[in-house]
Design a protein around this ligand. Structure first.
Ligand code: CA
Length: 439
């Protein structure tokens, strides 16, 4: 029997708190899960620093990837006898679902920013490089790895397959919303996925939703909206992220000065500091390794690196106020100068962080991020864009919300000996409103 058709002697199941079970019957999927590049995802948390806010949020990209695979498996099961679904794409869709996040690095977002990396490029590199994953995919058929890479990069010709994993209602989002809600313990993020799966229909170029399922989709969009502001952009999570990114900046700066002697040679970071990360080095740096370094850097000779790592390891986070540097340029400049005067480096201790989200969007060709809208399949077989039919979705469509916050450590400000400087700093900060605690 050809490898691609090979089935396990008996179905394997993974117990999963969100989907109850993840079912695996294909030998290819089983082998991919066992590959070291996929096992590595156990050591990358799905939500980065969110566990500083919601202590349950320790789940990994491994859990999430299995979940996305399971949802796609169920969608395809429902599609199997419907028109437009090409049965030959089954294994391709399953592999792409399983591997879609393969290139995520430790604390994805902060790392990508600090070292100008792109996890999508690494996903492509792992699938196409000299890896176990690549070998397994090529055993299916020659050129199969490239097809999987194309589905994930959204360039694959069969757009229906692409839309299962990347669209405004895809298996990726449906898994992470429920999974992140489950592990954080919040009450947002839940919606009736079973119902959505039952009303999904394949068309030539995308998945659409039978109009009778519209309310379940509204619920899904609202949960996404809530999750972004209540969980993903939580100010405390962002405070930890601000510190994390400043640690990376500081370590890189010290390395670049050339005359700082680290007590522990930062071997795993060097290619990141130098901006020439090879795949092999990328795969070696997971969150376990990063934590190991941060732990030891608490004893380095540099006071800033030591302090930031100590804060990160022990959750001594920065406090914050609402602050938009674009409209408050004068206050921003004055704070900067005062921090410098007080000997507190504003580069590391006075940080603006901005978050923004677009909960749902209709199609705007040519825009920065073209988003394929969700379409409803009406009783007369015509397609109607969701926000034209749903008042709730229309109310939040295309509305981008941005939120700016200014982070700083009050414990350091309290230690300033120059009283007039300290007073003026607090005067400006309090002038913006309440200083928010992060405990
Ligand atoms: Ca994902």
């Amino acid at each position: 029997m050809a490898y691609k058709d090979e089935q396990l002697h008996e179905e394997k199941v993974f117990k999963d708190p969100v989907h109850r079970y993840v079912h695996v019957k294909d030998r290819v999927i089983w082998d991919l899960i066992a590959a070291p590049e996929f096992q590595r995802l156990r050591r990358i948390k799905q939500l980065g620093t969110s566990n500083y806010t919601f202590h349950g949020a320790e789940h990994s990209r491994f859990n999430h990837s299995l979940g996305v695979y399971e949802i796609v498996r169920r969608i395809i099961y429902n599609f199997q006898d419907r028109p437009h679904w090409n049965k030959n794409e089954r294994l391709l869709a399953l592999c792409a679902a399983l591997l879609h996040d393969l290139g995520h690095g430790p604390f994805s977002h902060s790392f990508e920013k600090a070292f100008k990396l792109d996890h999508e490029q690494f996903t492509q590199a792992i699938i196409m490089g000299e890896t176990q994953v690549h070998k397994i995919l090529e055993r299916v058929e020659k050129g199969f790895a490239q097809k999987v890479a194309d589905v994930i990069a959204k360039t694959y010709e069969d757009k229906l397959v692409v839309s299962l994993i990347s669209s405004q209602i895809d298996a990726d989002r449906m898994d992470y919303l429920q999974r992140d809600a489950y592990f954080t313990g919040v009450s947002y993020g839940h919606f009736d996925m079973e119902r959505i799966l039952r009303v999904m229909r394949p068309t030539e170029d995308q998945v659409v939703i039978k109009s009778t399922g519209m309310h379940a989709v509204e619920d899904y969009i609202m949960s996404r909206y809530q999750m972004y502001w209540q969980v993903y952009f939580h100010p405390v999570t962002r405070s930890a992220e601000v510190i994390l990114s400043r640690i990376l900046d500081r370590a890189k700066y010290l390395y670049e000065t050339g005359d700082f002697a680290f007590k522990l040679e930062p071997t795993h970071f060097i290619s990141f500091f130098e901006g020439k990360v090879k795949l092999e080095e990328y795969l070696k740096l997971d969150e376990m390794v990063v934590h190991y370094y941060f732990h030891l850097w608490q004893e380095e000779d540099d006071a800033i690196l030591r302090d930031l790592c100590e804060r990160f390891m022990n959750r001594r986070l920065f406090k914050y106020i609402e602050f938009n540097p674009n409209s408050q340029m004068n206050e921003w400049m004055e704070l900067h100068a005062l921090f410098e005067q007080a000997g507190i480096d504003p580069k590391y201790y006075l940080v603006v962080d901005s978050s923004s989200d677009l909960p749902y969007d209709f199609y705007r060709p040519g825009e920065e991020e073209e988003r394929l809208p969700i379409h409803l399949l009406m009783p007369d077989k015509s397609l109607k864009e969701l926000s034209r039919h749903s008042d709730i979705v229309e109310a939040i469509s295309g509305k981008k919300r941005t939120d700016h916050k200014l982070y700083f450590p009050t414990d350091k400000l309290d230690e300033i000996v120059d009283e007039p400087v300290k007073e003026r700093i607090y005067e400006i900060l309090y002038g913006q409103g309440e200083i928010e605690d992060v405990d």
